[in-house]
Design a protein around this ligand. Structure first.
Ligand code: NFS
Ligand code: SF4
Length: 624
């Protein structure tokens, strides 16, 4: 049996893994080990299943087959596989964005009771940015409808470019125009990618990869950006908020409802229902002192950012949460929800509920959310969770740790407000060297990497070197658990960053949200570049995904690089079978988009790479 400490650096993770091992409950780590050794062809990206003349594979040692049945070589196969990953990732973020637009539209038509426009100012700012004249719209709802319709058009093919391309700094946009990679329509780029990667279409690995960048940009400056902006309109722009994180956020004496997935449409509605007086009264009647919500993964990040709802854990903690035996109900929507969860929950009294028309899971009860009935369904589900409380088996409940305090909620708007509505304090701190640069540390967990080790080690090194860290997704949860999201974490920062944190009363690691909220980093980077009159690729910034696993992470990494941000991956993508492609992504792209990828699984060495990059960018800007 594997030592839990070799699997995770977290205390709650270790204690719970030990307990699960004793009880014989399987986890992702066990299933990972059962898969070893991985298929070498697949790991290198050298296997192709795009048609049934195959499947084909290329011998990396040059002895066996060097071409598939159709004649595709290693470069073509690796490029096609990577490009399909980008398309899937972009599709996932963007389809989530589309779901939000549908709700906004339904709100505007009065067909989504329970949802409202919680941030009128943001809606008006967006409308103005999109060139929609508020005077043409008698009331707010009609304006909301116009915004929804305008952005829905970004998915199709009628436009030359997605709307938010106007946020891109001039030099960057000119570069994309030259390369012909301005994203035209979100669905269009994804569909075109599926088309190009069909047998016998695009067989030039360079042209495939360029369209890969365009597809990723349709995500970053399209689908993901829409998801975040419309979430802010419907649920409010996040402001700094205190909360807590780890398994200890579950409460022994309360009804625990865990919200897992990505889209705030469901979790926000449950959050509203859980405050209902009659349900609280029912909870007391059932012997609970209250109703406690906790988040997982990115829907957890959404409600943490906006409501301060505590976070139970990140991706590799999702099974472990169930093993507390203290969860009355887990409600999921889509993405990153392991199909293992429903089966695991059968060991406990936990009710497992799936809610999205497009996401089903074994051993879960399907209760579909639609805008018209969302409020009633949310109320009903919370009620059923409360009614499940007496079924909890007290002797099996194990909540091994106390929660750690965190501060979340740093939207770009909130950051600007903390700086007196100006970027100058940040720019000045960068110019005078108090802050050397900024890095987005983002992405998932992956059992290939000791859980949370990559995130926490890298981020610790960066802040100690006066580099401000902004984070999203599962990385943010790792940092929170490690205590890096508290004001007193400034003590772990270098002297310059520490001073800035103390002056502005912010932690050195700022939570900017879920994975679609990575676009907040793009927006901030674009604003910094614009105010210095430079390109994003000139800024002393970088990105890292130390423990990434998902196709969505590939799309994010690609739009970061295509936007000019140097990006370090902690897990090797399946590209090593093509020396040409590795060369292009890790060095050649510099000449093309002014940024590259690096792959480095050791977070200490990843930190060295990033620090060197930040310093070289400072030097080029004439900063010491
Ligand atoms: Ni991002 Fe969020 Fe986590 Fe990775 Fe999954 S939850 S959208 S993909 S695993 S960070
Ligand atoms: Fe083989 Fe070509 Fe078909 Fe891929 S597309 S499975 S390489 S024949």
């Amino acid at each position: 049996l594997k030592e839990p400490a070799s699997r995770t650096i977290t205390e709650d993770g270790r204690l719970m893994l030990a307990r699960m091992a004793k009880e014989g409950i399987e986890t992702a780590w066990d299933r990972y080990e059962a898969q070893l050794p991985h298929c070498g062809f697949c790991e290198l990206g050298l296997s192709c299943r795009n048609c049934v003349m195959g499947p084909c594979r290329i011998d990396p040692f040059g002895e066996g087959a060097q071409k598939g049945v159709c004649g595709a070589d290693a470069d073509i196969i690796v490029a096609r596989n990577l490009c399909r990953m980008i398309a899937a990732g972009a599709a996932s973020h963007s389809d989530h964005g589309r779901d939000l637009l549908e709700i906004l539209k339904a709100v505007s038509e009065g067909k989504a009771p329970g949802y409202t426009i919680r941030d009128e100012a943001k809606l008006r700012r967006l409308a103005a940015e999109l060139g929609i004249n508020a005077d043409d719209h008698g009331d707010l709802l009609s304006l909301a409808g116009a915004v929804a319709e305008r952005l829905e058009e970004d998915f199709g093919t009628r436009k030359k470019a997605v709307s938010f391309v106007k946020r891109v700094p001039e030099k960057r946009l000119a570069l994309w125009q030259k390369l012909n990679i301005v994203p035209r329509g979100i669905d269009r780029e994804v569909v075109e990618m599926m088309h190009r990667t069909h047998m016998g279409v695009d067989n030039d690995w360079k042209s495939l990869l360029l369209h890969g960048l365009r597809t990723a940009l349709a995500d970053g400056w399209g689908g993901s950006m829409i998801a975040t902006e419309i979430s802010d309109v419907l649920f409010g722009v996040p402001k700094p908020v205190e909360s807590s994180v780890n398994l200890g956020v579950l409460k022994k004496d309360q009804v625990n409802i865990v919200l897992h997935g990505h889209n705030p449409l469901v979790s926000e509605m449950i959050a509203q229902a859980s405050q209902d007086e009659s349900l609280l009264e029912l909870a007391r009647k059932k012997g609970a002192s209250g109703i406690n919500l906790a988040g997982l993964c990115c829907t957890g990040n959404e409600i943490l950012m906006r409501r301060g709802i505590p976070m139970a854990g990140n991706h590799l903690m999702t099974e472990l949460v169930l093993a507390t035996g203290a969860v009355e109900m887990m409600i999921v929507d889509y993405q990153c929800i392991m199909p293992a969860l429903g089966d695991l929950a059968r060991c406990y009294h936990t009710r497992m509920i799936s809610t999205s028309e497009k996401a089903r899971f074994p051993h879960m009860e399907h209760r579909e959310f639609h805008p018209e009935g969302a409020r009633e369904l949310a109320y009903q589900l919370v009620k059923e969770a409360v009614e499940n409380f007496p079924n909890r088996i007290a002797e099996r409940v194990y909540i091994p740790v106390e929660p750690v305090k965190i501060i979340s909620g740093f939207s770009v708007e909130a950051l600007l407000e903390a700086m007196g509505n100006s970027l100058d304090p940040l720019l000045d701190a960068v110019k005078n060297g108090l802050i050397k640069g900024a890095v987005g540390v983002v992405g998932c967990n992956n059992p290939r990497i000791r859980h949370d080790f990559g995130h926490v080690t890298l981020t610790g090194r960066l802040i100690a070197n006066d580099i401000l860290v902004v984070d999203t997704g599962c990385a943010a949860v790792a940092h929170g658990k490690a205590g890096l999201k508290q004001l007193k974490a400034a003590e772990k920062a270098g002297p310059g960053l520490r001073k800035v944190c103390e002056t502005l009363s912010i932690p050195p690691v700022l939570h900017v949200g879920s994975c679609v909220d990575n676009i907040r980093i793009l927006v901030l980077a674009a604003a910094l570049a614009n105010s210095l009159g430079v390109d994003i690729s000139d800024l002393p910034i970088a990105a890292a995904a130390p423990e990434w696993y998902s196709e969505k992470a590939v799309a994010i990494a690609c739009y970061a690089v295509a936007s000019g941000i140097y990006t370090v991956l902690g897990v090797t993508p399946p590209i090593m079978g093509s020396r040409n492609i590795v060369g292009l992504l890790t060095s050649g792209l510099k000449e093309v988009v002014g940024a590259t990828f690096a792959v480095e699984s050791d977070p200490e060495r990843a930190a060295d790479l990033i620090i060197a990059h930040v310093n070289s960018k400072r030097k080029a800007l004439g900063l010491s």
